[in-house]
Design a protein around this ligand. Structure first.
Ligand code: PAF
Length: 294
């Protein structure tokens, strides 16, 4: 496995690796979720390229860019074990030699949900994803379902800009107790980690209700009840939307996403579950509002 840090080295290394190419983009601090992406990529392509870059453009001015965990040596060892062929780990000056003036706008997909709390986040994500797609020129790119809105925005960019790359979403990897794997879990103190479990518990409650034939309002209410019982979670939103992130129309049946975002101490966490809405609501069964602070 080769590790390169400049665009020129990347181009040389790619030229020496023929075959169908997959890319997995990461910000490092790799965990089993990332390694699952790499292993899945291995089954889909001859050449697996992994990028490691903490992208300043997707962090707001008060967010955790400076303290975001970085462990290049550890990441490289994990990637070698997971079967990556090439790692591109550039510095900020390599990716943005001059401050970005022309950037990608996620439009409406970036304004809802995360966009209400992280206004420029999705534009920053799409800008770096477009650059990395261009630099690595993959046939297929894999992204985790954990960042469901990011995945939806990337799919939309690829469609709207005719990028001609296959996008594969890979299911969330969870700890045995349900906590979705995230590099930001490293910030959690043991007691905060226990509090954070309310997020996955809430989603599971909603999913159970959907499986039992509950309609959208009842599903949302079941999840909201779990969160309301855990004051340690400061909720940003709990939302039930269709796969395009639009609100569910009255009487909706089919695949839906139940998403949650909240803060535990100073750590902001997100999680989601894909559910199938087969039931309809009975009168008075909660509401499907997307922002409920408690
Ligand atoms: O999901 C992430 O780690 C990042 O948002 C990504 C896609 C690597 C872009 O910086």
């Amino acid at each position: 496995m080769r590790v390169v840090s400049t665009k020129a080295e990347l181009a040389d290394a790619l030229a020496a690796l023929p075959g169908r190419r997959a890319v997995v983009m990461t910000m490092g601090a790799l965990h089993e979720g990332h390694l699952t992406l790499v292993r899945t990529a291995r089954t889909l392509a001859d050449v697996v390229v992994v990028t490691i870059f903490v992208n300043p453009l997707q962090f707001g001015p008060t967010e955790d860019l400076a303290r975001y965990p970085r462990d290049l040596e550890g990441d490289v060892a994990k990637l070698a074990g997971a079967g990556a062929d090439l790692v591109f780990a550039p510095g900020v000056a390599e990716v943005y030699p001059t401050p970005a003036v022309v950037t990608v706008s996620a439009g409406r997909v970036g304004e809802v949900l995360e966009g209400e709390f992280r206004p420029a986040h999705m534009d920053g994500v799409l800008t770096v994803v477009l650059k990395l797609l261009h630099l690595t020129a993959p046939d297929v790119a894999l992204f985790g379902q954990k960042d469901a809105q990011q995945l939806a925005a990337i799919r939309r960019m690829v469609a709207d800009l005719d990028l001609g790359v296959e996008i594969v979403g890979v299911p969330i990897v969870r700890e045995p107790d349900g906590l979705a794997l995230s590099s930001r879990n490293a910030y959690l103190a043991p007691d905060e980690r226990t509090v954070a479990l309310a997020l996955s518990r809430a989603l599971a409650a909603g999913a159970d209700l959907a499986a039992a034939g509950g309609g959208p309002r009842a599903v949302h209410a079941a999840a909201a009840e779990v969160l309301a019982a855990e004051p340690g979670v400061v909720l940003d939103y709990l939302a039930l939307v269709d796969p395009a992130l639009d609100p569910l129309p009255e009487g909706y049946r089919g695949s839906a996403l139940l998403l949650v975002a909240g803060r535990v101490g100073t750590t902001r966490l997100i999680d989601n579950v894909v559910i199938d809405i087969a039931g309809i609501d009975v009168a008075g069964a909660g509401s499907v509002e997307s922002n409920e602070e408690h």
